[in-house]
Design a protein around this ligand. Sequence first.
Ligand SMILES: Nc1nc2c(ncn2[C@@H]2O[C@H](COP(=O)(O)OP(=O)(O)OP(=O)(O)O)[C@@H](O)[C@H]2O)c(=O)[nH]1
Length: 380
Amino acid sequence: MSSTFVILLVGALLCVLMLLVLVSLLRSSIAGIREWCAANALAAGGLVLYAYGRELSPFVAYEIANGVYAAGAVALYAGFRRFFGLRVSLPVLAGSVVAFAGVIAFFHYRVDSHAARTIAVALFQGAVCAGIVMTIQRSRKNWRSRYPYYFTQGMALAVALGHFGRSAVYFVHAGDLTSLLQPAPLNLFFLSLGSFVMPALTFGAVMMVHDSMMEKAEHAANRDFLTGAWSRRAFFEIAEREMSRSQRTGRDLSLLLIDVDNFKQINDTYGHAAGDQVLIEVVLRAETVSRSIDYFSRIGGEEFAVLLPETSRAAALVVAERLRAVLERKPGLGVAAYTVSIGVATLHGTESYHDVMKRADAALYAAKATGRNRVVCEPD
Ligand SMILES: Nc1nc2c(ncn2[C@@H]2O[C@H](COP(=O)(O)OP(=O)(O)OP(=O)(O)O)[C@@H](O)[C@H]2O)c(=O)[nH]1
């Protein structure tokens, strides 16, 4: 059994293995996985056809094998685009595969040139890998952690350079080189590169999917389902951490409790869905005047808490007044008007957050009792 045959079959088996891994991730419904499954199935088929090339008819060995493997590469690229929410044009991608197969057929039937076919394959595969590198780079702002993205991008870049280098070598030494299926050292290197690129890039894709699933799980655990603000559970964890930091560093920490006024009436007048919309809007509007280090949380039905690190009592009062003003929605045609009341408290010494919470709650109660749509600070 020749080493080239073994390399191609091992490559095909790795593609099948990666396909099985991807199938297990299908139910995560993350975009791109279906395309990556198709890519690995096609690549496995293409590699098997390459491996048995000598026993097959020239048409199957050249046009079909290269066409199938090229379709796999294109499906891999489409998977990366879908994963990052980019548009995929099927006619363009399918057209590129057909055009590529046409080029192979030209350099097979019209001008029979092994070197030209090799250059065409290397340029096509190199371009697909370069496309993957650029797709990942373009979506940089959507990266969560860096490793899976650098890994995949690095792999794709190395393979793209390998393919472009290979086409350059064939271009310069067209007459001296033998078929890729001959066991010459350079051929074996390029053959391994070509055979293992699909499983390697799929491995990177699986890491990216894993990263995305972790992000989704963290979001579901830490964020309020309706408004996207910090959840009550996450808020108390953050509060505990920020309180010990403040007690350690001696820096101020303030807390605001915000309650939408007469919310029951909003629900009763406009309906529950409109009430939900008000809650969503409160968070969106509050974000426009909050700092990135503030923690805005929905701790109950229509009750919100904001933790303000490094903020004194006086500064917290200013923030609270700014929030109250931005959260006041005047009556409009068919839209729910609303206002909020805010209680302010600041951490003293080594007290627990229950104590600060109690004081902020008392201040909020006072704001409600004295007419609503106002800010009340805990007594000095
Ligand atoms: N639409 C909607 N309503 C909610 C949600 N959670 C709680 N509520 C409603 O919020 C209302 C809170 O009413 P109350 O506690 O009486 O308070 P309020 O009407 O805002 O009165 P004050 O706080 O005294 O100004 C109740 O009618 C709850 O059913 C929610 O997620 N969505």
